[in-house]
Design a protein around this ligand. Structure first.
Ligand code: MN
Length: 518
């Protein structure tokens, strides 16, 4: 694909599964990555960066499974400029309908001197060798000049010219450290595109980080100056302060078409479901004031605004909630809803029914409907996600009893399945959640530091499904967990166990390569 064709289309390159997964606590297992990948396909992103195949067996497996699971997007794996990395990446995407590879090496003097210990010429040679080597096996080759925004412009031109000669089809200009400013970053694109020999034959790509809160602005300015691919993540998750947020980029291009005169292939109505799914899977909740997908993104509080919106939504709304997939008609099902209505609603929500154990999901729905009068779309998504991502867990909650009064210490008695055996124990605590976590720690033998704990009501009302997310840390390995239940103590236990399961998973699949990528 070259830029001549579809001149005004900005391709969306999603790196939720690679850069996004590098967020503290965002580690996902293979099943979870598949769920996200399928949602990305529904969103119609153009490219999915599925992982860094050479970094661990877990990453390799994830890339390979994603490559097989989706058919419209290009699926690629990250690789350094080394033969074993490239071989692993190529092997992992082998079964993709549209395979690709993403090769990177740093180009800033600071990285050359202090990280790679290589000369400028050695980096040029490594980059063009790697691209030429990969080109023998795959056509779609993206090359990233890591830390490009802090690299010498003319040296960048030299590196890019060489990799174009070697066969690169996409050139990525990452603001790896989140250092760039929009005007400057836009000017860099203009310069590189105009100056690099062969630059008119390739697609230019922007990859921005949000350390100074400018990732989206930098990406959009790059597009104004000729970039036709933007790299981003759902909910803006990613290294440190995160990557550019997919939903903000897509909706800015969409809403301000008059200004940008650009478009994307993204099905915007799938944005909110994607955001919810990712939050559910990673336990990284979305702040209420997050643009597009936060709870308050479309809430009008001031009386004068409410009055204005009631007269005509256009008075204060630049986007319709429905355009990003937030349904206005939220009340859907209740305890008298049958299996057919349940399945039908899931289908409307875009859930792949074959992915879900319908018997279990329907059982959970009935149990929820018994406790709670109205079951909302968000509740259904929570149930289905939990069922779908359930993988062979090491720990499973079988029974939990807590007691609390104003005269005695809160007390919890917990029974768990640990592998194939059942174990139980009890503990006192400062509060019921604390007692419950202490009892679980006694049984599992794991006492991680609880770094974050948050409760959120998924929908309104005192019978709402409570969603608990927590982040735990043991020996520097972090894991996030999520649990949903109408009883927040139960939800807390589920979240903690989910995090412990991920911690165990992470221990066995921990990345052996600690290089971060562009
Ligand atoms: Mn990055």
């Amino acid at each position: 694909m070259t830029q001549d064709h579809n001149r005004n289309v900005v391709r969306i390159f999603d790196t939720t599964l690679r850069d996004g997964e590098q967020s503290p606590g965002a580690t996902m297992n293979v099943e979870e990555k598949l769920l996200i990948a399928r949602q990305l396909e529904k969103l119609r992103v153009d490219v999915i960066e599925a992982g860094f195949a050479a970094s661990s067996q877990g990453d390799f497996d994830s890339v390979a499974r994603v490559a097989e699971a989706v058919s419209t997007p290009v699926v690629l794996s990250l690789a350094r400029t080394r033969e074993p990395d490239i071989q692993r990446a190529l092997k992992a995407v082998e079964k993709a309908r549209h395979p690709g590879i993403h090769i990177f090496i740093a180009t800033s003097d600071i990285h050359l001197k202090r990280k790679l210990m290589m000369s400028r010429q050695e980096v040029v040679d490594a980059a063009s060798w790697a691209v030429a080597f990969a080109k023998k096996h795959v056509d779609h080759i993206e090359f990233s000049a890591e830390d490009a925004s802090r690299s010498d412009r003319d040296y960048l031109v030299q590196v890019f010219a060489e990799v174009i000669k070697a066969g690169a089809t996409v050139l990525n200009v990452p603001d790896t450290t989140g250092y760039a400013v929009p005007e400057e970053f836009g000017a860099l694109f203009r310069y590189l595109i105009a100056t690099t020999p062969g630059g008119d034959r390739v697609t230019w790509s922007a990859h921005c980080h949000n350390d100074l809160g400018m990732a989206v602005a930098n990406s959009l300015t790059a597009a104004r100056n000729g970039a036709r691919q933007i790299e981003c993540t759902i909910n803006g998750i990613g290294e440190r302060a995160g990557n550019a947020s997919m939903e903000e980029i897509v909706m800015a291009i969409h809403t301000r078409h008059d200004f940008f005169d650009l478009r994307t292939h993204v099905v915007t109505e799938q944005i909110y479901p994607a955001s919810r799914l990712l939050a559910q899977v990673t336990g990284l909740t979305v702040p209420a004031n997050k643009p597009i997908v936060g709870d308050n993104a479309f809430a009008h509080e001031a009386g004068i605004h409410q009055d204005g919106v009631l007269k005509d939504v256009l008075n204060y709304e630049i986007m319709r909630p429905a355009s990003v997939g937030i349904s206005s008609n939220k009340l859907v099902l209740g305890k008298h809803s049958g299996r057919h209505a349940f399945a039908e609603r899931l289908k409307q929500l875009g859930v792949d029914l074959y992915e879900v154990d319908m018997n279990k999901a329907f059982e959970r729905f009935k149990a929820l409907a018994d406790r709670k009068k109205s079951v909302y779309d968000e509740d259904l998504i929570a149930i289905v996600t939990e069922e779908a991502v359930r993988f062979p867990d090491q720990f499973e909650l079988l029974d939990l009893r807590v007691t609390s009064s104003n005269r005695t210490a809160p007390h919890a008695a917990v029974r768990l399945r640990v592998g194939d055996v059942e174990r139980e124990d009890e503990a006192d605590g400062d509060g019921m959640v604390d007692a419950c976590y202490k009892a679980i720690s006694k049984i599992t033998g794991i006492t991680p530091k609880l770094e974050r704990y948050a409760v959120k009501a998924i929908t309104g009302g005192t019978d709402a499904l409570g969603e608990v997310s927590c982040l735990i840390n043991e020996d520097g390995i972090t894991a996030g967990g999520q649990g949903a239940h109408t009883d927040i103590i139960q939800a807390s236990a589920l979240a903690f166990l989910n995090a412990l399961n991920k911690l165990q998973y992470r221990r066995t699949h921990y990345r052996q390569v600690h290089e971060e990528g562009p």
